[in-house]
Design a protein around this ligand. Structure first.
Ligand SMILES: [Zn+2]
Length: 509
């Protein structure tokens, strides 16, 4: 008998956007440490590729990789529209329009909010991220009468009465501070809104409390900078308020807590221009579709190139232009076989879970290394944006970008301060939540139930852990990708170019 399953179980998922697990310690994050001591730490937890916010959180709430849910980048080119159009998923209103005009198919996998609603259960979201990220946690909340509160943006809030009640009690939603200024006020606001309004009034079955920091501070001040550390400590203090409440009244009532992050950060050390490289190869690139544009280079740390001429010949020409550059990391194109993509030297997009109708013709990461940044943190990368060197970045395949925080605590979980070294990932959180709540998982979920973290489970934990290394290359360019399988779930360890890829695993060349 599985005694940890209970229809009374409720969950609070607290998320720190962009928090590197190796920044957790008793001085900076005493409350995360406090929870770790009471629960299970997922010590080999990681995110999906691209390691971007609005790819990772859809993976959180669908329990599936991007090829299943379709949110394959923070920004993408919509080829189903005529003419093709550029979509920035930070825009909450745009996301709603896209969902309505596609008949509810913005995401191509069922979300936690939809699954819970079908069972008459509820998901509440309180978030200080961008309006789009806030909406993506539960993009159909208004259809089910569920709550979604932004700490900054009225357009991401539903229902109107919730925003009115929160503003009546705590004052007008504060504007997002200018980039580089730690976003403190809104973290405190959403935590208070949860503890004083949302929980006492509604007791949602699952609540996502999402701090948009330290991500923004890391991008504008640096991953280990004083301002970033200040905002990490502040968010941790808010988590401490949630743990105080949990210990006082919620723990004994079957409320479970998960603390997560969506990706890590590494440090930009060398600025480059992808567009210049394509121009030298004869392309007319731009950051958005347009007349005379023959290569759309989506801005950001995730390399994404959309080509109006999608012939193999043209894809190969663009791949050759980037793989000859010193900044080029792993490159993925449409699959040719089980490992390789159609362009020589590339992997198939399916190897990293991004094979979807919305995928760019060429997905690439910038070349990374294990250099140490001015703050003593491992992980450096080339980048293409207008910011200075020394700042935080993510989106690629460096292990420190892929590393994510995962802590589970409550009556359903082992409470020994256990460190689980079994690989796990952001796609596993919701399958585990549904298991504890005794709700059936949907078929397309690629994540698994984290049996190794559960108390009193009758199911055996997955013990088959299989590492795989894939290698390919063309001319002077070579790349390697390391993944690990637990049961049928696949986790990305990292991607490398040239020498430097770890060995000692099954090779697929
Ligand atoms: Zn993020």
């Amino acid at each position: 008998m599985t005694v940890n399953k209970t229809e009374q179980a409720r969950f609070v998922v607290v998320s720190f956007d962009g928090l590197r697990p190796d920044l957790i310690d008793s001085a900076l994050t005493p409350n995360i440490v406090r929870l770790k001591e009471r629960g299970v730490t997922l010590a080999c937890h990681r995110t999906v590729y691209p390691s971007e916010t609005r790819v990772a959180f859809p993976s959180l709430i669908t329990g599936a990789t991007p090829d299943q849910h379709g949110m394959i980048g923070n920004k993408y080119v919509d080829r189903t529209a005529m003419p093709t159009r550029y979509i920035d998923t930070s825009d909450a209103k745009r996301l709603r329009e896209l969902d309505l005009e596609s008949g509810g198919r913005l995401m191509s996998a069922p979300t936690l909010g939809e699954i819970l609603a079908k069972r008459g259960r509820s998901l509440a979201v309180l978030a200080t991220n961008t309006p789009g990220t806030t909406r993506l946690f539960h993009h159909k909340a208004e259809d089910f009468g569920h709550m979604r509160l932004s700490g900054h943006f009225p357009e991401a809030c539903t229902p109107d009465t919730l925003k009115l009640e929160i503003e009546d009690r705590f004052g007008t939603l504060p504007p997002a501070p200018p980039p580089g200024t730690p976003d403190l006020e809104a973290q405190e606001l959403i935590t208070s809104a949860f503890l004083e309004v949302v929980w006492p009034k509604s007791k949602p079955d699952v609540t996502i409390l999402s701090f948009g920091e330290p991500d923004t501070c890391s991008h504008f001040s640096g991953t280990g900078a004083e301002k970033t550390r200040e905002v990490i400590a502040f968010c941790d203090k808010q988590l401490g308020r949630v743990i105080d409440w949990w210990e006082a009244e919620a723990h004994n009532n079957d409320v479970q807590i998960a603390v997560i992050s969506d990706h890590g950060h590494i440090t930009g050390h060398t600025r480059v221009s992808v567009a210049d490289s394509l121009r030298r190869a004869g392309f007319s690139p731009s950051t958005a579709p347009g007349v005379d544009v023959d290569a759309v280079v989506v801005p950001g740390q995730v390399g994404a190139i959309y080509l109006p001429d999608r012939t193999d010949r043209n894809v190969i020409k663009a791949v050759e232009a980037i793989t000859s550059e010193p900044w080029c990391g792993c490159v993925f194109t449409a699959p040719k076989n089980e490992v390789e993509g159609i362009a020589p030297g590339t992997f198939g997009r399916h190897l990293v879970g991004v094979e979807h109708a919305r995928s760019p013709d060429i997905v690439f990461s910038f070349r990374t290394d294990d250099s140490v940044d001015p703050f003593g943190l491992v992980g450096g990368t080339y980048y293409d944006n207008d910011r200075r060197t020394g700042l935080g970045l993510h989106g690629g395949l460096h292990p420190k970008e892929l590393a994510a925080v995962g802590v589970l605590a409550g009556t359903a979980f082992l409470d020994s301060g256990l460190m689980s070294r079994t690989p796990s990932g952001i796609c596993d959180v919701v399958p585990t939540i549904l298991e504890v709540m005794d709700i059936e998982r949907s078929q397309g979920m690629t994540g698994r139930v984290l049996q190794e973290a559960l108390a009193n489970t009758s199911a055996a934990a997955d013990s088959s852990i299989t590492p795989d290394i894939f290698e390919t290359g063309s001319g002077a360019y070579s790349q390697a990708l390391r993944r690990v399988r637990v049961g049928t779930s696949i986790y990305l360890d990292g991607g490398w170019v040239g020498s430097g890829a770890p060995t000692a695993a099954r090779r697929h060349a």
